[in-house]
Ligand binder design. Structure first.
Ligand code: PEP
Ligand code: MN
Length: 644
């Protein structure tokens, strides 16, 4: 049972509550949980809850139907997000930890860190103290190994995680490790859990090979009850009668635990399957099932590994896995987490990171619509939950806000996979020559029919949404020809209008997030015509006096792999062909070409083009120069990093 204290509870109030609980057979412990100060009451005491709630200083008493309380979603409904500097685990991102089973030498861990970082891992793993089944197997390099791991993590900008095997070692490791790993064999070593929890640091808690889900969550409870609030659960396979794989990956544990607990759940496919060729399929299955991330064993030379070589991925296999995870993440409504890498020279990019610009612009991102808009979700995916977000009434007002410095960034939808380009926004780039594209994100769009909870689908007469919402749900709407459609500025504004008017005959087409935020019910989900419904958003920013624009921090060290530009050509045969020849002769891949009328010049057109940038930047720059010579007008909209 948990007693949540009122914000104004005094020390005296707390003492009275302690005495009350102890007198009735509980052991008590003071804790912080999120922003709340709480008293955990453990044991088999008996109380009258109504009496306890009336004591001064008590805000509320939470008791769950589960034997674990702090770990339970009944106690805390929102997802816990564990932060380790720029790395966040949980919420709407996929965070990938990688590294060797064991740190074997300084060279080995440095080499591994370099390759996994390059492929997009955000944390480095490696055992320094190895709990091996055989006493004759390699036991790890001990503290020296942890020092090497730390050095590699610092060099490549990754927090580290390493297994702690005894309470005595926890103190010794505390200064070096960023996150403790509790290994599967130690999941129920309660003295170890209490000691590690009391250090207050983030913990990766592996599931024991024979542990039930409830036992696993009770072990998490030990950690939380001892003082840490940052626990990440890790499913790593359990023992079954099957012996073909090393363990059996319990995929269904992922959605089960995510429902029972607010803690992030990641998966270790390496120890689960134990066979290199099966690691990536299991990893992708875990992401599809809702895991918040992975921890994967990677070794630069697995055949020479001192432990777990047969299940360690080669660097190129890991790179392929990361590309697949990046492509899969939007399908489950998430984004692969990227964090800025150190020692990347800014001269490699056309811009500079947001924080390096010391001016009066507000570090916030603007979007069109109300809270719950798809563009707001795109901001959260790109910048994280902590990014201040400004709701604005229209697309032009985002360009204005970026231009006058009200916000540093804007999130603009430019294309939908079902309905095509959003021309209004392409055209705005022409009106705002100082605004450029600095990043791109693709978001899977799942539309819901949303209404007051008293409404049902048969009472609905009017549907409100953005015209894009109508277009993307055309088949669903065609099946209800009697519904009247009302266009509004954004899908989320449609939801807000229903709350404001208290209408039961009106439904909105918008995101599930919008329904949740504004307290409405989802009558039907997944009403878009095709589930492969993605919107491409671009992040915009303003050029400063030196012709540079701020880059989103998470993209600042990513390779620029895409460029967008607008051009127009002479009105003569072969003019467009000549321009495209410039690109084709230099092996530049044109991924999109679209023509638009030039305002005020009937029957004259300009072209919007997106191209991929391969490894050779000089070829790209040279081709832009050549292209400019062939065009009447040419405007570069941005050179940026586009996620897959
Ligand atoms: C490990 O991650 O290196 C390890 C030993 O895993 P587990 O405790 O899951 O066996
Ligand atoms: Mn291992």
């Amino acid at each position: 049972m948990i007693v949540v204290l009122a914000k104004d509870a005094t020390i005296h109030d707390k003492e009275v509550i302690h005495i009350y609980l102890k007198d009735r057979g509980f052991t008590v412990r003071d804790q912080h949980f999120g922003d709340d100060e709480i008293i955990g009451a453990f044991g088999k005491g008996v109380i009258d809850k109504k009496e306890l709630v009336l004591l001064p200083g008590v805000e509320r008493v939470a008791s769950t139907s589960k034997p674990y309380e702090l770990a339970s979603r009944e106690t805390k409904s929102e997802d816990t997000i564990v932060s380790l500097g720029p790395v966040k685990i949980g919420g709407s991102r996929i965070s990938v930890i990688a590294g060797p089973c064991a740190v074997e030498s300084r060279e080995q861990i440095m080499e591994t860190a370099a390759v996994i970082r390059e492929s997009g891992a955000v944390m480095l793993r490696g055992g320094a103290f190895k709990p091996r089944t055989s006493p004759y197997a390699f036991q790890g390099l001990g503290m020296k190994g942890l020092e090497y791991l730390k050095e590699a993590g610092v060099t490549y900008g990754m927090p580290i995680v390493s297994e702690v095997v005894s309470p005595e070692l926890a103190d010794a490791m505390n200064d070096l490790t960023d996150m403790f790993q509790i290994g599967a064999r130690n999941m129920q070593n309660f003295e170890l859990l209490k000691k590690v929890g009391s250090l207050g640091k983030a913990v990766l808690l592996k599931r024991g090979p024979s542990a039930t889900i409830e036992e696993w969550l009770l072990s998490a409870e030990y950690l939380l009850a001892s003082g840490t609030k940052d626990v990440v659960l890790c499913e790593r396979g359990i023992r079954t009668f099957e012996t073909y794989t090393r363990n059996t990956l319990d995929i269904s544990a992922i959605p089960v635990v995510k429902k029972l607990s607010h803690l992030p759940v990641i998966v270790d496919p390496s120890h689960a399957v134990g066979i290199r060729a099966k690691v990536s399929p299991a990893a992708l299955a875990a992401i599809a099932a809702g895991a918040d991330g992975l921890t994967v064993e990677v070794h630069p030379h697995p055949d020479a590994a001192l432990s777990d070589g047969p299940q360690s991925l080669y660097p190129d296999q890991f790179e392929k896995l990361m590309r697949d995870v990046e492509a899969l993440s939007p399908v489950v409504g998430k984004e692969l987490l990227r964090t800025p890498r150190p020692s990347v020279s800014l001269t490699e990019h056309s811009g500079e990171t947001a924080s390096s610009e010391n001016d009066s612009i507000t570090d916030a991102a603007g979007y069109s619509g109300d809270s719950g808009a798809f563009a707001e979700q795109a901001i959260i995916r790109s910048f994280g939950e902590d990014m201040p977000r400004l709701s604005l009434p229209s697309f032009p007002s985002i360009f204005d806000a970026v231009l006058d410095g009200t916000v540093r960034f804007g999130m603009i939808p430019v294309e939908n996979s079902l309905t095509g380009s959003i021309h209004e926004n392409y055209d705005l780039f022409i009106r705002y020559p100082d605004i450029v594209i600095v990043g791109e994100i693709k978001l899977r769009i799942v539309h819901c029919l949303i209404a007051d909870e008293k409404a049902d689908i048969n009472s609905i007469k009017i549907i409100r949404s953005h015209p894009q919402g109508f277009a993307q749900c055309k088949e669903f709407l065609d099946a209800h020809p009697d519904w009247q459609l009302e266009s509004v500025n954004s899908t989320s504004s449609a939801v807000v209008s229903i709350v404001r008017d208290g209408a039961v005959k009106v439904a909105a087409i918008a995101s599930e997030a919008a329904a949740k935020i504004h307290g409405l019910a989802v009558l039907k989900t997944g009403i878009e015509t095709n589930p492969l419904n993605y919107t491409r958003f671009v992040i915009i920013s303003r050029l400063n006096e030196s012709g540079k624009a701020a880059l989103p921090p998470n993209l600042s060290s990513e390779k620029m792999n895409k460029a967008s530009f607008i051009f127009s050509v002479h009105d003569e045969p072969g003019a467009l062909f000549e321009c495209l020849k410039v690109l084709s002769e230099r092996g530049i891949n044109l991924s999109k070409l679209e023509s638009r009328p030039i305002p005020g010049q009937p029957w004259r057109y300009m072209f919007y083009a997106d191209v991929g940038i391969s490894n050779d930047d000089t070829v790209f720059e040279e081709s832009l120069e050549a292209l400019k010579k062939k065009c009447d007008d040419f405007r570069l909209l941005g050179i940026y990093h586009a996620a897959m």
